[in-house]
Design a protein around this ligand. Sequence first.
Ligand SMILES: CCCc1ccc(-c2ccc(S(=O)(=O)CCO)cc2)cc1[C@H]1C[C@H]1c1ccccn1
Length: 243
Amino acid sequence: RGHHRFSNEIDKRVKHHLDDSLKPPGADDDKWELVAEEGEMKVYRKELIEDGLICDPLKALHSIKNVTAREMCHYFWLTDVRKEWEGTIENFSVVEVLDELTIVIYQTHRRIWPSAQRDCLYVSSMLKVDNPPPNGDGCKPYDTWMVCNFSVDLNEANPVAGCVRALVEIALICQTYVTPPADGGPITRDCLKCDIVYVANVNPGGWVPASVLRSLTKREYPKFLRRFTAYVQEKTKEKEILI
Ligand SMILES: CCCc1ccc(-c2ccc(S(=O)(=O)CCO)cc2)cc1[C@H]1C[C@H]1c1ccccn1
């Protein structure tokens, strides 16, 4: 991985997510509210208003079969396939390439009536976590990968006129669990399970009606997790295991 002007910022945020985001809700005293539950997927939210803006932190846990952490992060990070699973962005562009796994993205979101359209400009970095903290239930993951998306303020991005800049701090943390076949045979996809923690902290950057934004996020995050995880299972099912 190359060194660039955001390397230290990435390391700082990765450390924060490993120390804080990997903890399941309820482990800390914070009051996470379960807002959606579908099978293995649990979506939690905290109500938070900062400077009069709705900045509700979101944390989602999910566990999906037959894929690896690296595959999950790869398809989340790869912009070539972004439009195949991301239903809420209107447009995006890669503003800068910092190294082979770190880019800067500018994107516009579909307008949330009656408020102004939002855009965001963020660093998106995918990395393997070398020394993950031990998780609660004792069984060790085979590996841990993460994608970290966080807003930066660069003036060269030519923003879409009229957009209000939203600020994002997002992480997808994935851990692979491998159950070798009893007969000692090769590892196949049905030996794989990927546990996911997705955290999203979005500051809308300006006024949005609380009821509109909260009902939208309550619907959109579970929809995104359902659609994205199904997409990765489908995309990888005939492919060589990327681990
Ligand atoms: C007024 C705030 C608008 C708003 C700006 C931005 C985002 C947002 C940005 C990035 C990512 S991601 O996970 O990095 C995938 C790449 O796009 C997810 C969400 C969400 C909302 C809010 C609208 C909510 C929402 C929730 C879930 C999915 C999409 N949008």
